[in-house]
Structure formats: C-alpha cells, structure tokens
Design a binder for this molecule. Structure first.
Ligand SMILES: [Zn+2]
Length: 100
C-alpha cells in the first residue's frame, strides 16, 4: 500500500514536470532567439528533462525491488500470475477486484 502511494505520487510529479517542460519548450519556440534570457529558459528546460530522468530511474528502482517482494496472485479468469493490486488482467483483460 505504501509502495502504491509512492508510485502514484512519482507518476503525478513526472506528469507535471512533463507539462512544465512542454510549456517551456513552447515558450522557447515563440521566443525571439535574440532575447537575452532565452538561454536561461533553455537551461531550465534541460534541468526539467534531467529531473524527469531521475524520476524515471527511481520508478525503475521501485519496479525492480517490487520483483523481490512479489505481491502476486492468479487471474481468476485465465490463471496467469498478475499483480495483487491489479484491477485488470494484463493477459486476458478481465476486470478483477484489487486484493485488499
Ligand atoms: Zn487473465
């Protein structure tokens, strides 16, 4: 449950950083290249990109450690192994109620 909270917030942070970067990139496009602050904005966009990369690496680390502690169960429809928190079987797409 704690892990779900972390994953959810990492995803939310990543999405917002992505939006911020898109907005900055759009601003850079609209800018006159001769403006003195365009380099600073390009730098900010680059830092955002790096932050998103950091978040992605954290996500991968969490995913990797989640494999060590498997919260798994079998799909009631097809019997394949799925995540305990899954609401949809990744194999047969049957909707399943998440394990409590
Ligand atoms: Zn299934």
């Amino acid at each position: 449950m704690e892990q779900l909270f972390v994953e959810k917030n990492i995803l939310a942070a990543s999405e917002r950083l992505g939006i911020a970067q898109e907005q900055l990139d759009a601003a850079i496009q609209a800018y006159d290249a001769s403006r003195p602050d365009v380099e600073a904005i390009k730098g900010a966009s680059e830092r955002l990109r790096e932050a998103r990369l950091c978040i992605e690496q954290i996500q991968q680390h969490i995913d990797a450690s989640a494999e060590v502690v498997p919260a798994k169960r079998n799909c009631p429809a097809c019997g394949k192994t799925i995540r305990a928190q899954a609401t949809l079987c990744g194999y047969c797409w049957t909707k399943v109620s998440p394990a409590s």
